[in-house]
Structures are given as C-alpha cells and as structure tokens.
Design a protein around this ligand. Structure first.
Ligand SMILES: [Zn+2]
Length: 452
C-alpha cells in the first residue's frame, strides 16, 4: 500500500482550478517539446492540412545568398526505456565557456552502441541456428539486424532545421480543415506562432523544391519560404480508413499559396510578432534543440549508455559462464551477474578497431582532447581470476592518440549500413525513404523521432 498523503486544504479558487484542470486530463502522456509555453512547438496533425505564414526573417551569406533564418543543427535520436528525445550533437562546436572542445560524448559512445548492435544481431542469428559470420546468410537475417539496430540507445546524428511559422485558424468543411482563414466576427484572423522542425532533407526536398511552383512575388520567383504563405498538406488516402502521425508526416506535401493583398498587413504584423523567435531562442527553449555544456552532455551520454554497457558486460560475461557452471544465470541482469562474480564495476577504456570505417572524417579531432572523458565500458574487476584461460582481453588499456572516436565498431560486414553512410557531411541526412521498406523507424508514433 502507498502511504496516505496528508489531507489538503484548498481555497475556493484553487479548488476550481484543480477541478477544471483534472477534468481536462486525458490520461495520455504528452511529450514535452518546449521548455517555455510561450514558445510552443508545432505538432504534426494526422491526415489534415494547415495554412501557415512563414515570418519574413532571413540571413544573407557572404556571397549574397538570402535564406530563411533558422536553427540548423545535428542531433542524435536517443532512447531511454520508452522515452525518445533528440540530443543536439556537440561535435565540432568549440565554446570554452561551456567546456565544449569540439568533441561529443554521444558520438564518442557510438562504438559501444554499434558493438551491442553487432552482438545482439549475432545472438539473434545464433538463436535461429544461423552463423552471423556467414556472408551468404546476411539477406536471410536482415530483419534481425534492423531489430538490433532499433534498440540503439544513441543514433548517428542527423541534421535538422527549426524556424517559426504562424499557424492560421481555418474554416472546417465536412469535418476537414481547409486552407481558408476563418474570419472572426470583427474581421480579424487568428494566428498562433509555433516552432516548426523537420529534417534538413525534408526542408530541401519539400519546402525548397516547392518554391519552383510558388506564386511570384514583386522580386520574381522566391528563393526562400520567408514571407510566404504555405499549405502543409498532411492528408493521404488510406485503404482501411485509418491514419497515423508517422504516415501523415511522410506524406507531407508543401505548397505555397497566393493570398489577397489584404493579408499583407497580417504578414507584417506576424513578422513583428516573431522578432524574438531567433535560432538562439530555439536553442534555449526547444527541447530537441537545446545545446548542453560538456558536463551536461557527458552526464546524459553516461545515463543513456547504462543499458548498453550493462548488456555488453553481460555478453562479455557470457563467454566465461558458458565454459563454467552458470552463475546466477547468464540471461539475468548484468548487475546480478556481476554480483554473482563478486565483482565491482570500474570503468575501463576501449579503443576503436584500426581501419574501422570513418563515419565523421572531417569532424574527428586530431588528438584525443585532454580532459575529455574517454568512452568508458563497465568491466568487472573480479572477473579475470575466475575466467577460464584464453578469454580474450577485449579492453585495451590506452586510447591510442589520434584514433577516430566516433567510429562505428563491429558493424556486420555486408549488411546494409544505413547509419554510417548517412553521416552528416553538411549534406542532407537520412530520410524515411532511405530506411528499409517494412522496417520500423525506431521512433513510434507521437514521439519526437518523427519530424518529417
Ligand atoms: Zn554527437
């Protein structure tokens, strides 16, 4: 039984507030997207369309190219239990006041993440009587590989963009939203400013591509969405009449809409209203965009990696327990297994294999920066005495200087390596259409992993 909480006394106002708020509770968990309610984040609607205005804030590059002002950044999709979140990558960012030296603890953890993918894959294949090292059977077990990859605690970073849009209240006909603004009795329209986020690839392939067919402005064909009205069409036909957020996101069709001159004053007002919606603000308030300092980033990486490192330790113990009488059950939790060995956990250091594919060649620091904690793996100290002779020493003591840090390790050869091939090189990133068909995206509906 839970302890009975102390009886509470409420004022009449408090009681009314509590009752009203309670009546609106839905019981479903809402993913927090913004740390500041004054700066909400746009949620992808299911099978619906939205009229929005893109505030006219631009930046001009040194060579004179005008583009939409936006927060463009790389982020890791991360999962912890059933929670999913993007974590901004700090690779290449040098900001001494934040302790950032160009490295990223999440990138540094990727070799372990890939190591577990490989071990999970091998284990799945062996459980089905296959040989994970047999090149010829790779196709047979590819779904096992994707299943192993779906459990990655930290993904390779992908590039995203975030900018403000003003979502306009529109008329509804036959239960479906239209792109006709709803006029209030006093003739005004209602617009809500929100952050819009998508993969950079989506921005290029949908938002920028659609500019070719956008209505001409006084200056000719627009070169950026800034100052344009846009219809975000998430509708799509569904055979069984059921629709979901992920498919809605995938089916997004972006089209720019010519509006009467009467709307120019509204556009101007929205431009003024969004002056503070800068990339710096996005970095401050949008959960997915927040830039962490080095200690926050390291702490987060460590906590995200607990499960991965526990499982890796368990696999490593599995080698020993198979040649001895099983102690405490190999398939129990790693900490139980460790306890059974009378072991305590100490961090050891791991070196990525030589000649491993370089996922982020241009971003790898030349030397391992001093003061940056190295990728740690939990290894039991008590184990070696009890391990049979000949168990391979998997953990070299020293990280070689200048060794690539964010290198996928032990990815099965011959298996489609989507992640490494799509590493950011300043180019558009992996999109849903590059994911294997019929394979889950890894981020369920409603989670922040969907931002197509
Ligand atoms: Zn990173």
């Amino acid at each position: 039984m839970f302890k009975r909480p102390a009886p509470k006394k409420f004022s009449a106002d408090e009681l009314q507030n509590i009752t009203q708020a309670s009546a609106q509770q839905t019981g479903s968990m809402k993913v927090q997207r913004s740390y500041d309610p004054a700066y909400p984040v746009f949620e992808i609607p299911v099978n619906s369309k939205v009229l929005a205005y893109v505030p006219n804030h631009t930046i001009t590059s040194p060579d004179g190219i005008v583009s939409l002002r936006m927060d463009k950044f790389a982020a890791h999709n991360c999962q912890s239990g059933r929670s999913y979140q993007k974590v901004r990558c700090t690779q290449g960012i040098v900001a001494p006041t934040l302790g950032l030296d160009g490295s990223c603890p999440l990138c540094d953890a990727l070799p372990d993440v890939w190591d577990l993918v490989h071990k999970d894959y091998s284990s799945l294949v062996r459980s089905k009587g296959g040989n994970p090292d047999d090149e010829a059977s790779r196709e047979t077990y590819k779904n096992d590989y994707y299943a192993a990859k779906n459990n990655m605690a930290i993904s390779q970073p992908q590039v995203y963009v975030t900018f403000p849009i003003v979502v306009i209240d529109c008329e509804v006909r036959d239960g479906m939203a239209t792109s006709t603004p709803k006029k209030n009795p006093d003739g005004t329209i209602t617009g809500t400013v929100m952050w819009y986020s998508c993969m950079y690839k989506t921005y290029e392939e949908k938002w920028l591509k659609a500019l070719e067919t956008a209505p001409e402005t006084e200056d000719g064909q627009p070169l950026s969405p800034a100052g344009l009205w846009v219809v975000l069409d998430y509708t799509y036909p569904s055979k069984d009449g059921k629709h979901n957020k992920m498919d809605s996101a995938r089916k997004l069709n972006v089209g720019y809409k010519a509006m009467d001159a009467g709307y120019n004053a509204w556009a101007q007002a929205f431009d003024n209203q969004t002056a503070s919606w800068t990339p710096e603000k996005a970095m401050e308030v949008v959960v997915d965009n927040v830039l962490r300092d080095m200690s926050e980033q390291q702490e987060l990486a460590d906590s995200l990696m607990i499960g991965t490192r526990d499982k890796l330790a368990m696999y490593n113990l599995g080698v020993a327990t198979q040649t001895q009488a099983p102690v405490g059950g190999v398939l129990g939790s790693a900490s139980e297994s460790l306890a059974a060995f009378g072991a305590t956990e100490v961090p050891a250091q791991i070196a990525p294999p030589q000649g491993a594919p370089q996922a982020v060649p241009q971003q790898i620091p030349q030397t391992n920066p001093a003061g940056v904690p190295q990728t740690a793996v939990q290894m039991p100290t008590g184990v070696p005495q009890q391990m049979p002779q000949g168990v391979p020493q998997q953990m070299p003591q020293q990280m070689p200087q200048g060794a690539p840090q964010a290198v996928p390790q032990a990815v099965p050869q011959g298996i489609p390596q989507q992640m490494p091939q799509q590493m950011p090189t300043g180019a558009p990133q992996g999109a849903p259409q590059q994911m294997p068909q019929g394979v889950p995206m890894g981020f369920p509906n409603g989670m922040t992993g969907i931002s197509t």
